[in-house]
Ligand binder design. Structure first.
Ligand SMILES: Cc1cc2nc3c(=O)[nH]c(=O)nc-3n(C[C@H](O)[C@H](O)[C@H](O)COP(=O)(O)OP(=O)(O)OC[C@H]3O[C@@H](n4cnc5c(N)ncnc54)[C@H](O)[C@@H]3O)c2cc1C
Length: 444
């Protein structure tokens, strides 16, 4: 039995070592899929086998939609704005994905601080140039006092704005680039959309295109280690049945977010980058009822921002209600969901009633719910800077790491597309160079 196992492994290793014209992409999120498609579309890779290895059983990573009855809900990425995310918009258009207006740019039941907030933020923005390394919250406190600063961040609904690593510049970027609060910035009026079948439909279309172009997919392959040997890299995976699997690779793209990179034994980020990285948790909770009672309150397709742990409550047409939280309140909801379902639902319903100033007795009991906690929902470079390269490379450019976190669009699918395509360009340049060198050698 043992002998058999080792002879299989030996054959595998032998096979993979001789078959060295392989480009391996690790991670089948939007970054990995975008990379694979760009590589597959180039003549320069015609002699190469393209492979994608994915830890999970599905494609898409943080683009994760599920079906509930006859509609899709986005547990992960959920919306885009063509003005901010042109690559996403173009791709969806090319793939003929059905989109609809993401209507949550109109706040109902305004928070007391919303009045005049746009003007306050515009005035404060002028003072950023003279701020010195302080966080957005410290910056606010200097100019508005402690109490008012708390009230402002509470009114903005995104608790990452409290974090010490969020500078005033990043905070303004957050305010200007989120649909619910862009109305407090000059971006008021940007249009937002979502996919009727959820963002997973985009991942599925990319997967189908890639598979059609000959890209091989390996699911339940978790990269656990790699070694670089002469011109090649030997990738070690843990498979679904606990066996170890090796693959040999001429070029390797690690389309993995920084937290996944850090969990590999490859000294990330120290020997890869001069930057350091952080992430924040996110939580989305969806509640379903047997009738859309919120229509009686004229709340369809509206969002409200509240001073309670629900933070942002969205009333999706006549279909469902969802809430979306980040940072400390994402962790809060993780703890709530670890209690019984009854307790969790009681807490949610009590807070919805409070937010709408209605007695909980007037609200019907939900018939079902779904939720998802993402421990590292948004990943970013701590020293956010336009100088961060979209790809990090080692071993003479043979191993490349890429993520939306390295781009100016960290936390967005747009960044994933840019990252994946940049990784592909990095390899294509090397292939082009070696082709030119081969031709030059033949001429000489
Ligand atoms: C709740 C939430 C809401 C969001 N909302 C939006 C939004 O509205 N609009 C928007 O544009 N963006 C949004 N985003 C961000 C968007 O989802 C991400 O920017 C994008 O999906 C990142 O893609 P990626 O391929 O770089 O990383 P990921 O999607 O994280 O993909 C990485 C892949 O690598 C795999 N992997 C990890 N480790 C290993 C390993 N060791 N071996 C093999 N495979 C591995 C993972 O399983 C995963 O499939 C949201 C994210 C979350 C979580």
């Amino acid at each position: 039995m043992l002998k058999n196992k080792y002879s299989i492994l030996f054959t595998l290793r032998y096979f993979t070592v001789i078959n060295n014209k392989v480009i391996s992409i690790v991670g089948a999120g939007i970054s990995g899929l975008s990379c694979a498609l760009k590589l597959a579309g180039s003549k320069l890779t015609k002699d190469y086998t393209l492979r994608i290895f994915e830890d999970g059983e599905r494609i898409g990573g943080r683009a994760h939609s599920i079906k509930v009855d006859d509609f899709s809900i986005d547990l992960g990425a959920g919306r885009f704005s063509p003005a901010l995310h042109p690559n996403v918009a173009q791709l969806l258009n090319e793939l003929k994905e059905e989109i609809e207006v993401f209507p949550f740019t109109k706040i109902v039941c305004p928070h007391p601080q919303h009045k005049g907030l746009k003007e306050i933020l515009a005035q404060l923005k002028l003072k950023i140039a003279s701020s010195h390394n302080e966080s957005f919250f410290q910056f606010l406190c200097q100019h508005m006092g402690h109490e008012k600063s708390h009230a402002i961040i509470n009114a903005l609904g995104y608790d990452s704005l409290y974090l010490p690593q969020i500078s005033p510049k990043i905070a303004y970027d957050i305010i200007e680039k989120h649909p619910e609060i862009q109305c407090f910035s000059e971006n008021e009026g940007y249009e937002w959309f979502n996919l009727v079948d959820g963002f997973a439909a985009l991942a599925k279309s990319l997967y189908q295109q890639a598979a059609k172009s000959g890209v091989d997919f390996y699911f339940e392959h978790q990269l656990i280690n790699f070694q670089t040997k002469s011109a090649n890299t030997l990738l070690e995976f843990a498979g679904s049945e606990q066996q170890e699997i090796w693959h040999n690779s001429a070029y390797t793209v690690l389309a993995l977010p920084p937290t996944a990179m850090s969990s590999l034994n490859i000294d990330f980020p120290n020997s890869w980058s001069d930057f350091s990285y952080g992430s924040i948790p996110l939580f989305k909770g969806f509640i379903f009822f047997d009738h859309p009672w919120w229509k009686d309150y004229e709340l369809e397709n509206k969002v409200t921002i509240v001073d309670n742990p629900l933070r942002k409550i969205y009333f999706k047409s006549d279909k469902y209600i969802f809430f979306y939280t980040d940072s400390a309140y994402a962790d809060f909801w993780l703890e709530e969901t670890n209690k019984s379902e009854d307790e969790y639902i009681n807490t949610v319903m009590g807070l919805i009633a409070k937010a709408l100033n209605i007695s909980i007795k007037e609200l019907p009991r939900p018939i079902s719910n779904k939720f998802k906690y993402w421990p590292s929902g948004v990943e970013f470079a701590l020293e956010t800077s336009p100088d961060h390269p979209p790809v990090l490379s080692k071993y003479n450019g043979k191993v490349i790491a890429t993520s939306d976190a390295y781009t100016p669009h960290c936390g967005w699918m747009e960044g994933g597309i840019i990252a994946g395509r940049s990784a592909a360009d990095h390899i294509l340049k090397q292939l082009e160079k070696s082709d030119v060198e081969k031709v030059a050698a033949e001429i000489n």
